[in-house]
Structures are given as structure tokens and as C-alpha cells.
Design a protein around this ligand. Sequence first.
Ligand SMILES: CC(C)(COP(=O)(O)OP(=O)(O)OC[C@H]1O[C@@H](n2cnc3c(N)ncnc32)[C@H](O)[C@@H]1OP(=O)(O)O)[C@@H](O)C(=O)NCCC(=O)NCCS
Length: 300
Amino acid sequence: MSLVYRPARANDLAAADALVVASINELTIRHGFGPMASASPPSFQLFSLEDDPDGLWVAEDSRAMLGFAWSWVCGDVWFLAQLFVDPARQGEGIGNELLERTMEHARKSGAAHKALITFTFNRVSQGLYMRHGLFPRMPVYLFNAARDRVAQALPEPRLRAAAIDDSAATMEKLAAIDSSAIGISREKHHRHLLNDAAVGGVLLHAGSECVGYAYISASGHIGPLAVTRSGILRDAFSTALRLAADSSVEKISAFLPGTCDSVLSLAVKQGMRISFPMLLIASPGYGGWTQYLPRNPGFM
Ligand SMILES: CC(C)(COP(=O)(O)OP(=O)(O)OC[C@H]1O[C@@H](n2cnc3c(N)ncnc32)[C@H](O)[C@@H]1OP(=O)(O)O)[C@@H](O)C(=O)NCCC(=O)NCCS
């Protein structure tokens, strides 16, 4: 059977995750970084498929899945969460064909902005995205450190944290914070995170004013985190670090944009190390966040 490109189905998503993990680790090991990814239940993929199936595509032949692409749309932003091809079949045009189909998703949805996060050390993906009108905007670094190290001389939190609930009032606050930080409301994605038992979210307050939110996962990962003004980002990150440091996690990690000087300085001061250099790639005019720390390259 020749190569087929078709919309993904729910029962493809476990195999797609296995392909993505293998493709990421082949790339990161080949570039001397060691393995980066491990298998996880494809719950956000399933959420996106049920929300808007136009963004998920599979390439396959009679024997196996050879590639997977997944994009989601929120407001007027289209985001490419994953584009991966089986390492044994890269360089044959499969990635380009899958990208064409997800870009059609962007066109159909009328998105004004397109973005994705890729590996700084992957020349192929960057060149392919440039071919499609998407250009490097800013570095995004995955930082991590042992919890004990981060806790040393960590500033006392300046913001008050209160658990995120699913009330209309909370959703309104989250929408306002996101609109200010990234230009769109992501209410549907907050509702998805609220249903994820492995992640906890807090609203952050300065006095009585709600100035941001942060999510911290059971593994010690911080993000997404967003604030209503850039001047408060460091306080928000330091409060999230304190919440993570007060838990029983082994390691603390976060994706920090290269445009967020104050949190980069704090991360380095608390002994955090860059483990993977990534890159935000976007359509002209989008990116350059100063009020937002993404969760990961799939969620944004
Ligand atoms: C990135 C990836 C999806 C691309 O899929 P692919 O099937 O290998 O790519 P294609 O064969 O369709 O297209 C390759 C294109 O990349 C571009 N390219 C390749 N090497 C390049 C380089 N050194 N400089 C600039 N552009 C380059 C060219 O446009 C090339 O097309 P051409 O050979 O026709 O000129 C795939 O290689 C992959 O899975 N890589 C590992 C994981 C990854 O980084 N995924 C992206 C995560 S966001």
C-alpha cells in the first residue's frame, strides 16, 4: 500500500504518542542531549481531537504509522503542537505533506497568528517552517534543578496563591489574564487542565488584585504561568517556585522564554540549569512573550 494521509482518530493517539516519543529521543540523543521524552497518556491530544478534529493528521503505509501532526486553534491563534516523522522515513517529504494539512486547518479557522515551539538544534524543522512563512521569534529554554537547590535562599513569595476552581468568576479572571499576556482567552484549555489530576493551578493575588495564575504539576513542572503585566512576572515565578519547593517533588522545571530577563535571572540564581534549548517560531508579528511561561511545546 502506498503512503496515505488521513485525519487522525481517537484510537490512533496511543500509537502517535509512541512515534512522537521515539522521534524526539532519536533527535535529542543524536545531538548529544540524551533522551528527552517518555510515553504519557494522550489526554490533551484526545481533548483537541474532540474539540476540533481538523487539526490532527496521520501518515501511514500498510505496515505502520509513519508520521503525525497535531494543531489546535484558540481564538485567533493556531498552534502546531506536534509534527513528527518516523526517523527511518525522514527527508522523504512526509513532514511537509502533514504540515500542509495542518496549515489548511489554520486557513479554515481564520487564525490571524501561527506559532509553534521546536528544537533550536533541529535544522530540518526550522528550514521547513521558514518555507511555510513561519520564522524564529525567541529562544525558550527548558530549565531544571533539584528541589533542594531551588529552595536555597529562595525569596519569600510576594503573591498570595488561591486554588483555581471552575466557577464562572475564576474563568473570567483567567480569560482576562490570558488576553493581556497572549492576546486570547484559553478557557477551554484551563477547563482541560482542571480535569487533570496530575496538575494543580493557582490564581495569584497582589493584595486584593488578581494579577496572574500558575500551574504546577505533580512532577514539579511549572507552567503555564501568566500575569497581567510584565513587571510582576518575577514575583509570580518566584511564588510558583516556592509552591513547588514546599512540595515533595524531586526536581523543579519550567520553560522560560528568552524575552523574560527577570525570570531567567531568578532561575539561574536558584541553581536551575538549561537542559534543552528550544525556539518559538511564529508568523510575522506574533511572539516575544514577556508575561507568559509556556507549559510545554504541545500545550504552549
Ligand atoms: C521535522 C520533521 C517533522 C520534518 O519531516 P520530514 O519528513 O523529515 O521533512 P520533509 O522531507 O518533508 O522536508 C524536509 C525539508 O526541510 C528543509 N530542510 C532540511 N534540512 C535543512 C537545512 N539544513 N536547512 C534548511 N532547511 C532544511 C527543506 O525544506 C527540506 O525539504 P527539501 O529537501 O524538499 O528541500 C522530521 O524531520 C522530524 O520528525 N524530526 C524530528 C522531530 C522534530 O524536530 N519535529 C518538529 C517538532 S516541532
